[in-house]
Design a protein around this ligand. Structure first.
Ligand SMILES: O=C(O)CCC(=O)C(=O)O
Ligand SMILES: [Fe+2]
Length: 275
């Protein structure tokens, strides 16, 4: 079992085909170096100040985490709303929704001495399964280089096709070493987990999930990202965060026109992202 790696300018459809087939794919150095530098430096001190809140058996006790990244790093919007990444996600999610949105944005810094994270499928936050339908897609950006020694994410290739007793099962986990600025994309059903950090330096990543537009988002983004912050982001990011309806009716705000959104474009029957 091997993870397929693509260059940043590889044809989107080839990347999507690999993602569909294997349940995971890596795109090398997709992010501009300056954006990776900015996001990593925005988050670094915050990891130290607030990063222990989610420590537990599942996440480990030597891993720092940060949630609500758009509220912590303006530059993170360039990773979260990266056009090529969204072009890869579109054909996975848009057949089953009119638009999709961010479920969670999480900084993960695995410190030296951390053991491997419990293998899991991120889509298991939703308590049901429909064969062949993905609830969400995850994108893990390497903010430092990911190596086999420092805890590169482990993935079970093909596990998204291995549904046993209502859960996806992994036969074998492989690691996903990749240069800084690369992104590992995996389906909501794909079994994966953070790796063991046997090195002497932290491994920093940013993992964002994108879920079907008619699902409850993993994190309540309307509370997690203050309105004053979201107003400073682009329409694309506002829509991705959920400031739009799904189809004409779902998630309406009073007096909002069908299919519209209420930040920045009161009148808007603007295009639905991805259509
Ligand atoms: O840190 C990693 O490599 C994976 C993290 C992860 O799977 C998660 O937070 O759900
Ligand atoms: Fe995960």
């Amino acid at each position: 079992m091997q993870l397929q790696y693509f260059e940043a300018d590889a044809p989107v459809l080839e990347i999507v085909e690999a993602l569909r087939q294997d349940g995971a794919v890596a795109v090398k150095e997709l992010a501009p170096r300056s954006v990776v530098d900015d996001v990593a430096s925005d988050l670094r001190a915050q990891f130290d100040a607030e990063g222990t809140y989610a420590q537990c058996e599942f996440n480990g006790f030597k891993t720092l985490r940060l949630s609500s990244i758009l509220a912590r790093s303006h530059a993170s919007a360039e990773l979260i709303g990266h056009d090529r990444l969204l072009e890869i996600i579109d054909p996975i999610l848009l057949p089953n929704c009119t638009n999709y949105r961010i479920g969670s944005t999480t900084g993960v810094e695995i410190l030296p001495g951390e053991r491997a994270q419990v293998p899991h499928s991120d889509g298991d936050i939703y308590p049901a399964r429909i064969a062949g339908l993905e609830w969400q897609v995850s994108a893990m950006w390497a903010l430092t280089e990911f190596t086999k020694e420092n805890g590169a994410t482990r993935v079970a290739i093909g596990s998204h096709k291995n549904l046993v007793d209502g859960r996806f099962k992994a036969d074998e986990m492989i690691q996903s070493p990749m240069p800084r600025g690369s992104v590992l994309i995996y389906l909501g059903s794909t079994v994966h987990g953070g790796g063991e950090n046997r090195s002497s330096a932290p491994r920093m990543g940013l993992v964002n999930t994108y879920s079907l537009g008619w699902l409850r988002q993993e994190v309540n983004q309307y509370l997690a990202v203050p309105r004053s912050v979201i107003e400073g982001h682009s329409e694309k990011i506002q829509r991705l965060l959920g400031y739009q309806t799904h189809g004409p009716y779902l998630g309406k705000y009073p007096d909002q026109p069908d299919g519209g959104w209420y930040l920045g474009n009161e009148a808007g029957r603007g295009k639905v992202y991805g259509k």
